[in-house]
Design a protein around this ligand. Structure first.
Ligand code: SF4
Length: 619
């Protein structure tokens, strides 16, 4: 046993410290085993891929090695709820219980911090509308008293108010050490704190944005670390598609045009250039509206040439020229995605978005992250498909990792039941929707509300959610109608019999222990839409290599999502509940057995009266 593993083992063996310092602490053998493995990965600078099912206590299993180690450690999460829980609850409590004194810092993405430079420029520019001006003044007033410039301290959301881009700086807008506000910059202060911290907590988006930038020319956001703990690691491949690709919108172009105009206004001696840029900009936006990307590319090239010729005039103009170059490269990539990338566009002309993404995320993650000389521990409650890590390893590019699996301590046989009806019509048919609504109503009446209804599409949510609200006597909260995600969850937790209807964002990262969540209904198998361009490209590539798109991609993806959704039900040893999957195709399709094997190990029933008895037995 190595030195760190010895220290960690001693903390778990000498339980008195954990019992007295952490309310509710109870010894869990799987947690101790996982902590050992994590300590070993830290010491060996190894790669560990660990599935720790709900209830294992994986957070404590990595916090103790992180607090006992002398390494500089990064902890990254996918959801904000887990990040908040770590920073505000778990880390301070465990640190105190152990008597450890590691310096901890939270680092969020750039768009979470006020940029004083852009706020000033926005306030003095002639462009803001009156309503924007009012909000900008509020931000200015708030900034005088804010300690850290974290925009979550404001009582409104700057992006929802339409001034987000006016008070924050993107990586390519930031002037860095050449900025006049550098000393007072909230982002720079947060970064300095992270530089000197022993443990930094952040999110996957920031980590991946940083990894993508390090391959570019704008420098790094995060310092280097000896060990990386990435919780909720199942989310990494999808995020990697966003961060290692290109997303181009009209707003990208307009923001650059506005920035260059403000700069020329400040310089005051380039009226001809300003006039030319206005004219080319107008033609550029017309071409965008028509979707004529070749014209867009030509007009952008014209502007770039003009600004580039003046880059010696000032640092700021050079910076703007650099950004124009980057955007030119993005436009070129949209026109011709390189080998291994796929491109598409979505949305109406005004809001059209062009996307380019890597078809396979494994190679880019390996190149930008796992090849670093550091330990990487990737954890999640759902990484295996049919008992194998192969699919996750391939998606993550984490082929050389040590695998470990830690089963849930919950007694699913006693605590839970799975309801799979046999006779419902195909969920995609017209009768399917009506039969599904009736079935959901019956189930929710049996559980007296207290239900999560997870939909695979917005269309099903908007068809069925309001109908349930009309029929049921309890408060039915509907995503998109009943407030923000956080507000909906708060109401759901406090109103025991309420019902929550939501789509993908409620399938994971939601923890509602206790009787408020006693029934999880999933409308159908969560297969990704077959017309998704990225999925199509992945399937094509897989089939070219001799695989099966359905067996090797669509099914494992759907099973992983299903496992996330099913995982919302039992969150503690005291919970009891039913998971209903209203998709009778499972009885007739070849994949049915495999799906059933991936569900929690609870008895599977097809009779509604058994569901009623299950709930009646608890009354
Ligand atoms: S350093 Fe960058 S983020 Fe900070 S105030 Fe200056 S431009 Fe804004």
């Amino acid at each position: 046993m190595n030195k760190l593993a010895g220290l960690v083992r001693r903390d778990f063996e000498d339980e008195s410290v954990l019992v007295s310092g952490l309310p509710g602490y109870a010894r869990r053998d799987e947690q101790i085993l996982l902590a050992d493995e994590i300590a070993e990965a830290f010491e060996k600078r190894g790669l560990l891929l660990a599935e720790a099912e709900t209830g294992t206590g994986k957070t404590l299993a990595y916090l103790i090695p992180a607090l006992r180690s002398s390494d500089k450690v990064l902890i990254s999460t996918h959801t904000r709820s887990l990040q908040d829980q770590l920073v505000h609850r778990d880390l301070p409590a465990v640190q105190k219980a152990l008597g450890a004194s590691r310096r901890v810092a939270l680092l969020k993405g750039r768009s979470n911090y006020l940029c004083p430079q852009r706020l000033k420029r926005s306030l003095t520019s002639a462009q803001p509308e009156i309503w924007q001006q009012k909000s900008l003044l509020k931000v200015q007033k708030w900034s005088d008293s804010s300690r850290d410039g974290d925009l979550s301290g404001l009582d409104f959301d700057v992006f929802a108010k339409g001034i987000g881009a006016m008070v924050t700086a993107t990586a390519d807008q930031c002037l860095g050490s050449r900025c006049g506000d550098f000393e007072n910059c909230p982002l720079m202060k947060a970064r300095q704190k992270a530089q000197s911290a022993d443990i930094v907590v952040t999110n996957h988006s920031l980590l991946l944005a940083d990894a993508a930038l390090k391959s570019g020319e704008y420098g790094e956001i995060l310092p280097g670390f000896d060990a990386y703990v990435l919780d909720e690691a199942h989310a990494l491949p999808e995020l990697a598609c966003q961060h290692f690709g290109v997303q181009l919108t009209r707003l990208t172009l307009i923001t650059w045009l506005n920035d260059v105009q403000s700069l020329l206004d400040e310089m005051g001696d380039e009226p001809v250039l300003k006039k030319e840029l206005v004219e080319i900009g107008r033609e550029l936006l017309d071409a965008w509206q028509k979707g004529a990307m070749e014209e867009v590319e030509n007009h952008w090239g014209d502007m770039l040439k003009r600004v580039d010729a003046r880059r010696e005039r000032s640092e700021e103009l050079a910076r703007v020229a650099d950004r124009a170059e980057q955007i030119a490269a993005d436009i070129a990539m949209v026109r011709e995605p390189g080998e291994g990338y796929v491109g598409w566009s979505d949305g109406e002309p005004d809001n059209r978005r062009y996307v380019v993404a890597p078809v396979e995320t494994g190679p880019v993650l390996k190149q930008h992250l796992w090849d670093r000389p550091a330990a990487f521990v990737l954890l999640s409650a759902t990484l295996r498909v049919s008992g194998s890590f192969d699919y996750s390893k391939q998606r993550l590019g984490f082929e050389d990792a040590v695998e470990s699996f830690h089963p849930s301590p919950f007694d699913y046989g006693r605590q839970a039941m799975i309801y799979l009806p046999r006779t419902l019509p195909d969920p995609r048919s017209e009768q399917g929707i009506s039969a599904m609504t009736d079935e959901m109503e019956t189930l929710i009446r049996a559980s007296h509300g207290r239900a999560f209804v997870l939909f695979t599409s917005w269309q099903a949510l908007t068809q069925i959610g309001p109908e349930l609200a009309r029929r049921l006597p309890w408060n039915v909260l509907i995503q998109g109608e009943s407030g923000s995600r956080d507000a909906i969850l708060e109401t759901f937790r406090s109103d025991t019999h309420s019902v929550l209807c939501g789509t993908r964002s409620f399938w994971e990262g939601v923890d509602v222990p206790g009787e408020a969540l006693s029934l999880v209904i999933i409308d159908k198998m969560p297969f990704a839409p077959p017309n998704d361009p990225l999925l199509k490209a992945r399937i094509k590539r897989c089939e070219e290599l001799g695989g099966s798109g359905f067996r090797d991609i669509q099914l494992p993806e759907a099973i992983a999502t299903l496992r996330q959704g099913a995982g919302r039900l039992i969150r503690s040893v005291h919970d009891r509940g039913v998971m209903a999957l209203l998709d009778s195709r499972l009885y007739v399709k070849g994949y049915g057995r495999e799906v059933a094997r991936n569900l929690p190990p609870a008895p599977i029933r097809d009779d509604l009266s058994e569901v009623r008895w299950f709930f009646e037995a608890a009354e």
